[in-house]
Design a protein around this ligand. Structure first.
Ligand code: DGL
Length: 276
């Protein structure tokens, strides 16, 4: 079955499913294709050029499946590839297609969640080193102080289904402590990686109670809903049979087992190869 005219949702692996789940809950009528590049995950430690090349391949694959709109449900891809794709690829090669990311909608509302005007941002090395959150938050809330922390072990723990294990405790505490040592006034932490909601129970165990966690699932779903209202030329193209398809560049059986945990219901995926 090949669904034409779907909204494409992309992540390097499973993480985007935390966002996708929220999108489907909020906007169930649309057709969707989720694509996880599990064969090449994690993206977080790769160079700018590699992340850009991988992300572009996946976006073009989703375009070829009939997605006029693709959401990069991945902070690393949003930080490293989104702007180049929007500025250098779409206007020349795909003038009628759109690609949206997850950083801007998060940065736009972060000010509502802090009283102390000090927030923490936790993400992959790629996201943190890009300084995208520093720049975007500064645009909307110049008075907010942002402390950043990269957490290179968190995505591998999650992708390998070790995020509930005792072994994860060490790395959760390590990065949370490192972040809090940077600014004692932090009262809100942005989980700037779509994988991290899976670690929330463990993060809460080590986090002082007065510090809140901000995950992106509902933020991105709300922002997509608004986008579709404001862009009828795109909204009109999307089929509305409420269908969802899942593809992975990795092994579909392994994907289905883990993805069902992220998505909260059973998933049957297909293998995607880039020549498809
Ligand atoms: N979910 C991706 C993100 O939001 C994970 C990146 C990775 O593959 O390292 O950044």
């Amino acid at each position: 079955m090949n669904i034409q005219q779907s909204i494409g949702v992309f992540d390097s692996g499973y993480g985007g499913l935390t966002v996708f789940k929220s999108i489907v809950r909020k906007l169930p009528k649309y057709n969707y294709i989720y694509f996880g590049d599990n064969a090449r995950t994690p993206y977080g430690d790769h160079s700018f050029e590699t992340i850009y090349q991988y992300t572009l391949e996946c976006v073009e694959w989703l375009f070829a499946q009939g997605c006029p709109l693709v959401i990069l449900a991945c902070n690393t891809a949003s930080a490293k590839a989104l702007r180049s794709i929007q500025q250098n690829i779409l206007p020349f090669k795909y003038p009628n297609h759109r690609v949206l990311g997850v950083i801007r909608p998060t940065a736009e509302i972060v000010g509502d969640f802090t009283n102390t005007k000090s927030i923490g941002v936790m993400g992959t090395r790629g996201t943190i080193n890009s300084e995208s959150y520093l720049m975007e938050i500064n645009k909307f809330f110049p008075g907010i102080k942002v402390a950043q922390q990269s957490c290179p072990m968190w995505v591998p723990l999650i992708e390998n289904d070790e995020h509930r294990s005792a072994g994860a405790d060490y790395f959760v505490k390590k990065y949370v402590d490192q972040l809090l040592a940077k600014d004692e006034h932090i009262d809100c932490i942005v989980l700037a990686c779509t994988h991290y909601p899976l670690l929330v129970p463990k993060i809460k165990e080590v986090l002082p109670e007065h510090i809140s966690l901000l995950a992106q699932d509902d933020i991105v779903a709300d922002s997509l809903a608004l986008y579709l209202v404001n862009h009828p030329e795109i909204e009109n193209k999307i089929s509305k049979q409420g269908q969802q398809q899942f593809f992975t560049s990795g092994d579909p059986k392994a994907f289905d087992a883990s993805a069902s945990i992220f998505f909260g219901k059973q998933i049957i995926s297909e293998h995607a190869s880039f020549s498809k």
